[in-house]
Design a protein around this ligand. Sequence first.
Ligand SMILES: Nc1nonc1C(=O)NC1CCNCC1
Length: 244
Amino acid sequence: MKFRILTLFPEMFDAVTGASILGRALSNQQIKIECDNIRAFSKDKHHKVDDAPFGGGAGMVMKVEPLRDALNSKPQLPNSRVIYLTPKGETLKHEKVVSLAKYDELILVCGHYEGVDQRFIDRYVDEEISIGDYVLTGGELAAMVVIDSVSRMVSGVLNNEGSAEEESFSNGLLEYPHYTRPQVVDGDEVPSVLLSGNHAEIEKWRYRESVKLTAERRPELLSEDQKQALKDNFIKKKKRVEKK
Ligand SMILES: Nc1nonc1C(=O)NC1CCNCC1
């Protein structure tokens, strides 16, 4: 199993490679860990990898180009999977760990700041995974959890150590999609409402996107009112379509 990590802090992974079980698995070449520093792929003279969000709001968003160029800097193995670590992702559970262990290569994308431009996710990410419903300062620790839990499934890595228990939990809505400059990249555009400057509309759009995304991925997180609002909205849209 090869783990490739796209990160701004490769030095953080020294913590994993020195650990006992994983350290042994590395020296036995049962697993391989390779870090690519995203900042090295910024073409900006200040090595910028982030920018302000379209539509306003707090924080910064990671740009598409440095991430894309870091990902494309090496060929992917035939049986490879690109995973973005984010609270919006599917919560990592045992079944998922087992299924990830079947790949030859996992490419783990570690975000920072408010998140990553949605267009990178849409075009390059195979799967979004969360290690739990809390917010970390960066995706690196989540990547280490994936490396640790999946490595345990690689035959020969665990001699006779016990197996772990994982539980999931849930609260709140999933975040709306993020976008930042440039306005068009690889032909992909930013939703026009975010360029409107109409903060009331932007706020409504962001809430609707959060409820829509949560309904798709974590319906158990929705309150009864939110479920009813989605149903009402669906019926209204259906009636509008039928009238046309
Ligand atoms: N929980 C999480 N499971 O995977 N990643 C998680 C996370 O909190 N990522 C941060 C989200 C805010 N931006 C920096 C990264």
